[in-house]
Design a protein around this ligand. Sequence first.
Ligand code: ZN
Length: 526
Amino acid sequence: MKWTEDRNALTTQEAGRGRKGVRAVSANADVQELRRKLGEVSDVHNAVALLQWDQETCMPPKGAEARSHQLATLSAIKHRLFTAESLGTLLRELYARSDRLDPGDAKLVEVTLYDYDRATKLPEDFVHTVAAEQSRALEVWVEARRVSDFALFRPNLNTLVQLARQKAEYFGYQESPYDALLEEFERGMTAAELNRIFGILAPEQSALVKRIVNAGQPDLPWLSGNWDESDQWDFSLRVLRDMGYDFEAGRQDRSVHPFSTCFDTRDVRVTTRLSEKALFSSLMSSMHEGGHALYMQGHAERDRRTFLCDAPSLGMHESQSRMWENMVGRSLPFWRHYLPVMRGYFPGRFDGVSPEDVYAAINLVQPSLIRVEADECTYNLHVIIRFELEVALIEGGLGVDEVPEAWNAKVNQYLGLHVPDDAHGCLQDIHWSHGAFGYFPTYALGNLYAAQLFETMLEQVPDLWGCVERADFAPVLAWLRDNIHVHGRRKLAHELVRDITGKDPAPDAYLAYLESKFGALYNLGP
Ligand code: ZN
């Protein structure tokens, strides 16, 4: 380490002297030095990700204790490497000379300096306090959820809300302290903007759900019974391969909670869950995680081993998974192709079943209490409930004591359901026990971005639905690669959406998509 910092001091001294040509050469040398340092940080970061992947997929139960030490040590090393003063100095010097850098390098410097400033804004003892509170809160939350008693978790939530407010003060904000927290997951978005978007979305989506509930449900006798897990597994691999997921640069494993992770653009992994009772659960998980994975396999070559090799926001990442899962995987053209394929995996089980029947089955709308089980029509409503509550908690309009009552009232308002207990209400999600305030809205933004981007893709890719019906996904993937994946973090999410679609992120495309799809499925009429 000592050697690294001395070397850096030397290059920055050199950079300060001499004529323009010399300066350009040394700026170039400094960019190389920056890339070398970022490469080290990325390596440690990706080693952490690999250990986490292993923990969820392969690790034997007795490995847990040692693993927590390994993860804590490596995370601390990563933090130390990334927040080193020498890196900050190098970044600031390069930033001051941005106009003389290659534009691609200037962007690398700008985004990394943004990350560096955020990473160094929180005092170290505050970070430790938060981490300790979070691990305590997580343990209490697990127990509180098990016995369905919010009162147990209340003191911990109270502490976490206080800490989140303090965190917002450290980061700074213009209008709402919530903005400072949201920034961590959806850079550039604000509570005011979300209030505006969700203010249009919530009543429209809620009204659509009510019309669907009144329309009655299709009968699906063929879907009951058990479905062989190894056949489900094989079918999901087939679809992933068709989507363009590169198995030479990735693999699929099984886990309790499906996820995707990336150690490099050439090593991007997905997991799926399997259940004999739920035929479509594994396929839809694979397509969802596959959407994330295609994004990660598609980042630019020059951005490898830097922090540009990522999405600009969680919402943008989620737009890719939801597009593949919902817009492609839950479409009728998709099932015109894949029902015959599926018959081969499950002989005799689809006799008398049409693509339209499968299409209806995987698009069933049923208001429910649990977010992770929600369908496309009700999902955003679950998110909006959480968003409204967390903004009020952080801004101080809602006391922690009032959370269960406020939660239950909103579930009744938006979904027309009665919450029987805290486990099916405000204790169901892990996010708040992690202190992750500002995370939920990214799920809904993912849906909105997906619909808006897909609308433009439909205009620009000739015969897109024909391609889907032939399982020829290459034109879809090529469009996503060129327009979205390759940019990594070089554009913010709303810039990307505006550049591609010509409009700011808005709920219109998503509402139109829902209305047209579910209006036809449920015969709702105009
Ligand atoms: Zn996702």
